[in-house]
Design a protein around this ligand. Structure first.
Ligand SMILES: Cc1cc2nc3c(=O)[nH]c(=O)nc-3n(C[C@H](O)[C@H](O)[C@H](O)COP(=O)(O)O)c2cc1C
Length: 357
């Protein structure tokens, strides 16, 4: 039986335990220059302090026109590197492995930031028709991911995570409803995986053998096995670690993947863990908000690591609650942390923590 306190190796880095902090954008903290703000640095440094094994910094734009909003961090320019060193230093000092998630919003780009471009011309959820990328645009975009990864390495990160789920550009390539291409980037699983596969291979060449390359991939969109086949393409290309979440579309609700202790999205990760057991470590995420759930998933060998999003936003001491039974404030599972554009961020768990200080 595995224990949460067991270390685990990813590429050549060793995580001190099985808990990881999921990427979670802190909306409205960055400036238009895409640099990490002081608030970001304090936020991540605090979350490195209380026992987490790996910390993944939020979705970071690889080009200025691939952002959610003006207040969204980026690594599209060398001038954006320095502030990240405070975060990577804090991780190193606390024995935490550090990743940063690289992203382009593609067809769901905020129109104030740039055009809606993606694999194909489709109607987007913003109600506009996207522009299909030319081969030259695809290659330029891949280059932007590679250059951002090189900057992440300079900033001291142990690796990067490609944002390959939740309906953003890499996910748009793998999803049939957003990719209608008939060239080598569309059609078969191999072709739909190609955009990310080529990025992975080039990052490996640019950043070296030891640099962790992970992909946060869509587990079922709607089909479980084709998504797993695509993930296998990533692994064969050099991906060291898979995190599994939702895609452009939600998983088919009839998929029998939930359990009283975890939901359907977390169940996707459990399924991938089964399939990739002998290949690479797999992480599951979503709705894991109590120490009991963390232990259940690890001790029953349902996943290699558990990825914690809102539990870590609600209380940076959550890992200590798992490791030592310390008190913690549980996430209220309200939607406030996700919808904060133009409003003040009012996490009730954070408010409660501040009150109890
Ligand atoms: C405020 C907020 C920001 C998020 N930002 C990201 C992100 O940058 N990249 C990403 O892949 N997922 C992002 N997510 C999704 C989380 O990583 C996670 O998958 C989701 O919250 C479900 O897990 P949880 O129940 O542990 O929070 C975000 C979620 C929240 C609540």
């Amino acid at each position: 039986m595995a224990l949460v306190t067991d270390s685990i190796r990813i590429n050549r880095s060793v995580l001190k335990n099985r808990m990881t902090m999921a990427p979670t954008v802190k909306f409205e903290w960055a400036g238009d220059d895409g640099k990490l703000s002081r608030k970001h640095i304090e936020h991540y440094s605090e979350r490195a302090r209380y026992g987490i094994g790996l910390l993944c910094v939020e979705a970071t734009a690889v080009t200025p026109d691939g952002r959610f909003d003006h207040q969204h961090i980026g690594l599209w320019d060398d001038s954006q590197i320095d502030e990240h060193r405070y975060v990577t230093d804090a991780c190193r000092e606390n024995g935490v492995v550090s990743l940063i998630q690289l992203n382009h919003t593609g067809i769901v780009t905020n129109p104030e930031m740039g055009p809606a471009i993606g694999p194909s011309a489709v109607e987007t959820r913003r109600g506009i028709i996207s522009t299909a990328m030319s081969l030259e645009q695809i290659h330029d975009m891949q280059q932007s991911f590679i250059e951002a990864a090189a900057r992440a390495k300079k900033a001291g990160y142990d690796g990067i995570q490609l944002h390959g789920c939740h309906g953003y550009l890499i996910n748009q390539f793998i999803c049939r409803s957003t990719n209608h291409r008939t060239d080598e980037y569309g059609g078969s699983e191999e072709n739909r995986a190609r955009f990310a596969v080529e990025i992975i291979k080039k990052i490996r060449k640019e950043c070296g053998r030891d640099f962790i390359i992970s992909v946060r991939t869509a587990g079922a969109d709607p089909d479980l096995e084709s998504c797993a086949d695509i993930a296998e393409e990533y692994v064969n290309a050099g991906c060291d670690y898979l995190q599994v979440s939702s895609g452009v579309n939600d998983p088919d609700p009839s998929l029998d993947l939930r359990d009283p202790m975890y939901n359907i999205i977390c169940g996707l990760g459990v399924h991938f863990h089964d399939r990739f057991e002998t290949m690479v470590p797999v992480s599951c995420v979503n709705g894991i908000h109590t120490p009991e759930q963390v232990k259940y998933l690890i001790e029953n060998d349902l996943t290699d690591t558990v990825d914690l999003g809102r539990a870590m936003l609600a209380d940076p001491r959550f890992p200590l609650a798992v490791l030592e039974g310390a008190d913690y404030v549980r996430c209220f599972a309200c939607p406030r942390c996700q919808y904060v554009f133009g409003t003040e961020h009012k996490c009730p768990a954070e408010a409660l923590r501040n009150k109890n200080k």
